[in-house]
Design a protein around this ligand. Structure first.
Ligand SMILES: NC(=O)c1ccc[n+]([C@@H]2O[C@H](COP(=O)([O-])OP(=O)(O)OC[C@H]3O[C@@H](n4cnc5c(N)ncnc54)[C@H](O)[C@@H]3O)[C@@H](O)[C@H]2O)c1
Length: 150
């Protein structure tokens, strides 16, 4: 973070509302922790299909946000546009990390993976557009040649 002093300075001096999808997952929970540590207001959206509540507890604990004052958790799926609207409403920034990440499992159930990873992503974009979110950032896959063992 020290490589981006202007961004860090902006976060320290102003609180913004963020939606982190996949907040109970690996990347989402660490982003949640970092944002809460900087005094930001975070909504976490996750259906807990592969993520863990313990990741969220750890993010709250490590960021010192033990009263949960700046954090709201929504247990729901990005495949439901109503859930996406509820989560996005009032947020300025969306960090989209909700996904099914197992390449081998996607081969066995491509329709479900497409529903979550593609249609769910479109739902998040649609809701973000409706509520005039300033920026949506999402994670792509690991690498062009990677992913076989993911
Ligand atoms: N971990 C890495 O090294 C890495 C590297 C590059 C890209 N990525 C990408 O970043 C994203 C997140 O990766 P991760 O490692 O944090 O994955 P993760 O599996 O730890 O987290 C994904 C989260 O999404 C949630 N989720 C799944 N389906 C959902 C749904 N329908 N609605 C709401 N939540 C849902 C899961 O419960 C989980 O908590 C993925 O798209 C992954 O491909 C990860």
């Amino acid at each position: 973070m020290t490589r981006y002093p202007e961004i860090l300075d902006g976060l320290i001096h102003g609180s913004h509302r963020w939606l982190v999808t996949g907040a109970a997952g690996f990347i989402g929970s660490h982003l949640t922790e970092a944002l809460l540590s900087l005094g930001q207001n975070v909504t976490g959206l996750d259906d807990l299909s592969t993520g863990h509540r313990e990741n969220i507890s750890a993010a709250l604990r490590e960021s010192g946000c033990t009263d949960g004052k700046n954090f709201t958790f929504i247990n729901g799926s990005i495949t439901n546009i109503s859930v996406c609207r509820e989560a996005v409403r009032g947020c300025e920034y969306v960090l989209h990390h909700a996904a099914l990440a197992s390449v081998p499992e996607s081969m066995g159930d491509p329709v479900h993976y497409n529903n979550v990873n593609v249609s769910g992503f479109v739902n998040i974009l649609e809701a973000s557009h409706e509520y005039s979110v300033k920026k949506v950032v999402y994670a792509s896959s690991s690498a062009v040649y990677g992913g076989g063992g993911a």
